[in-house]
Design a protein around this ligand. Structure first.
Ligand SMILES: [Zn+2]
Length: 213
């Protein structure tokens, strides 16, 4: 009889144990909060330009061209545009590889401090620092100020072998380079003054260059 009771109690304990465990915290796990709504895309990607093969296209994407970007670079100018941009003398030298008469350029004797820019595109080419009096009648430099703006190419015209000097940016003809220049390079960049534009160094900058306070 006692044995029977104990079995009953045991069953009760087991039953209580099953029911008394209560709600398992994991039974109703809190659902993860929904992710914040993604902000609506306001900027739509411009449609890729489509080929014109499909003639059924009715809505061509409107392309607004920046007028500044539409202006052709100096390198893309046509001969006619160069003619409009340059004086006849500068056009003859820069675009037709002409040579100005010796001692005709005011830059030949120019001793002011500053930079010599390309007369065609404005690229910085030479500096007064490397300018010297070669006595030839053309502005002469023993070295370019910005080497990457200068291009050289062999010139076999006039039955002579010379090295032509060009503006690397706009391909404008500048002159020739010879190997009879002064130290330290031994080079003489013989440049047509008409192909250059001189930009004088401001006076206060010149004072600075002299090392004065
Ligand atoms: Zn140029």
């Amino acid at each position: 009889m006692m044995e029977h009771r104990s079995i009953l109690m045991g069953a009760l304990v087991v039953l209580l144990g099953l029911c008394g465990c209560g709600k398992h915290p994991g039974d109703q796990a809190a659902q993860p909060a929904p992710p914040p709504a993604a902000p609506e895309a306001t900027v739509e990607k411009a449609p890729e330009p489509e080929s014109n093969e499909n003639e059924n296209i009715t809505e061509a994407p409107i392309v607004q061209q920046d007028p500044a970007e539409a202006t052709p670079e100096a390198t893309e100018l046509t001969e006619e545009q160069w003619r409009e941009r340059l004086s006849p003398e500068a056009f003859y030298v820069l675009r037709q590889k002409g040579t100005e008469p010796r001692f005709s350029s005011a830059y030949n004797a120019n001793k002011k401090q500053g930079s010599y820019l390309c007369g065609g595109c404005g690229a910085v080419l030479f500096s007064s620092v490397e300018k010297y009096d070669s006595g030839t009648g053309w502005p002469s430099f023993w070295q370019p100020a910005v080497k990457k703006n200068i291009a050289t190419v062999e010139d076999n015209s006039f039955f002579s072998r010379r090295i032509e000097v060009l503006c690397a940016k706009c391909d404008g003809h500048l002159g020739h380079v010879f190997d009879d220049g002064p130290a330290p390079t031994g080079l003489r960049y013989c440049i047509n003054g008409i192909s250059l534009k001189f930009a004088e160094l401001a006076e206060q900058d010149q004072e600075k260059d002299k090392g004065e306070p």
